[in-house]
Design a protein around this ligand. Structure first.
Ligand code: NAD
Ligand code: NAI
Ligand code: ISE
Length: 337
């Protein structure tokens, strides 16, 4: 059986996911698209081939009886509407991160999913599917470096587009660390603090850059993350866990080491699409396979909610310059681990 998918949002990652679903992965077909920019939806539909419906609204796509499951790759602020509509229609929905741009909106999704009585929502936190992060998690689980004490990370983009402003370093970029570190060390956060160092000359007045974000976990692990989205030199994701008996580091992406002209070096990637290309493939293939079995195994609406609560606390900590507690209600039994 083929899973017939409708995709809302045919921008950068929407087009990328459509190529995967239609041409690379197995078991799915893209049968419908929608974008607020109709020309973009139309042009994307033409690249898919076959009979692809171009709908005038996200709701019309969700209501299309040919659509078995929905992929939401539109702007973050529009996610809540489409995820709630998918739940109301009883259709499985894969939503790109963030699940919603505020904790209140994410909670509305959690409550709607619980009320529906079915697991329908998966959030696009693809780092959990990255081979390097998975190896790091296995190393920690095996006890090779003892108990984790500290985690040092960096999230660096070469540059960001003009629409990227305000708190997006937290709400659009740092959300990946919020999700993947919680999964990696299997612990929840209790407080955060945000430090704004000297601003890079490459940033704009409407965007603080870089940030240093500190998190403390329930068991007392301290995490520091540098988020630097105009670092210029490349797209670079770093993660080092300091344990009682040793240190474990996220592997660098594979690249040829060159000895040339009195230099020894490796190329550095410059695009998130390439850095996590395998992770996106594994994530969506698993989503197709589990959706067909009526299951959800990936990051859940609860994970999306936890991330949104943490992200809201970080934004508050940035504004106040103070340590802000992170308090999340108890995990509902519906989302038992
Ligand atoms: P984009 O701007 O290229 O694409 C978004 C598209 O959504 C645009 O074509 C826009 O016209 C459309 N859109 C916006 N509002 C809509 C609405 N109400 N109805 C229908 N279409 C609408 O952005 P992008 O880079 O593709 O990012 C999309 C989402 O994916 C964001 O949530 C972003 O955070 C996420 N993302 C995730 C990753 C990842 O690594 N997992 C990477 C990039 C982006
Ligand atoms: P853009 O401003 O070029 O295009 C946004 C689109 O949204 C337009 O098609 C416009 O018609 C539509 N739009 C306008 N008003 C709207 C509204 N009220 N509600 C919904 N849609 C509306 O911006 P761009 O470059 O397309 O990116 C927006 C999204 O893409 C963000 O969510 C961002 O996270 C993500 N993104 C992130 C990248 C990154 O590297 N950080 C790269 C590209 C996109
Ligand atoms: C972008 O939206 C992504 O999700 C990328 O993975 C991230 O590294 C980048 O900073 C975001 O803007």
């Amino acid at each position: 059986m083929t899973l017939n998918v409708g995709v809302i949002g045919t921008g950068a990652i929407g087009q990328d996911h459509i190529k995967r679903l239609a041409h690379k992965l197995t078991g799915a077909a893209v049968v419908a698209v929608n974008d607020i920019n109709r020309d973009s939806a139309q042009a994307t539909a033409a690249t898919i081939g076959g009979d692809v419906a171009v709908h005038g609204s996200g709701q019309a796509l969700i209501d299309d009886p040919k659509v078995d499951a929905v992929v939401v790759t539109s702007w973050g602020p529009s996610h809540e509407e489409f995820v709630l509509a998918s739940i109301a229609a009883g259709k499985p929905v894969f939503c790109e991160k963030p699940l919603a741009t505020t904790a209140a909106a994410a909670l509305r999704i959690v409550e709607a999913e619980i009320a529906s009585g079915r697991h329908l929502v998966q959030v696009g936190f693809m780092r959990r599917y990255d081979r390097g992060y998975r190896m790091l998690k296995e190393t920690l689980k095996a006890g090779t470096i003892g108990e984790a004490l500290m985690v040092h990370c960096a999230h660096r983009n070469p540059s960001v587009p003009d629409f990227y402003k305000g708190d997006m370093a937290i709400t659009d970029s740092f959300v990946h660390e919020i999700d993947v570190l919680r999964w990696l060390i299997d612990d929840d956060y209790v407080s955060t603090q945000v430090i704004i160092p000297r601003r890079t000359r490459r940033s704009r007045p409407d965007l603080d850059d870089p940030h240093i974000i500190l998190l403390e976990t329930r068991s007392g692990i301290r995490i520091d993350v540098e988020v630097f989205v105009n670092c210029a030199y490349g797209y670079d994701i770093q993660c080092e866990v300091v344990g009682e008996d040793g240190i474990a580091r996220l592997p660098e992406p594979m690249s040829i080491q060159l000895r040339k002209e009195e230099r020894l070096g490796n190329a550095i990637l410059n695009d998130w699409k390439l850095r996590f290309i395998e992770a996106y493939d594994v994530e969506l293939q698993e989503w197709i396979d589990t959706t067909k079995r009526g299951e959800v195994h990936g990051p859940s609406a609860w994970d999306g909610y936890f991330t949104a609560v943490t992200s809201d606390a970080c934004v508050e900590a940035k504004r106040s310059g103070k340590l802000v507690p992170i308090s999340v209600r108890d995990r509902p039994s519906f989302y038992a681990r």
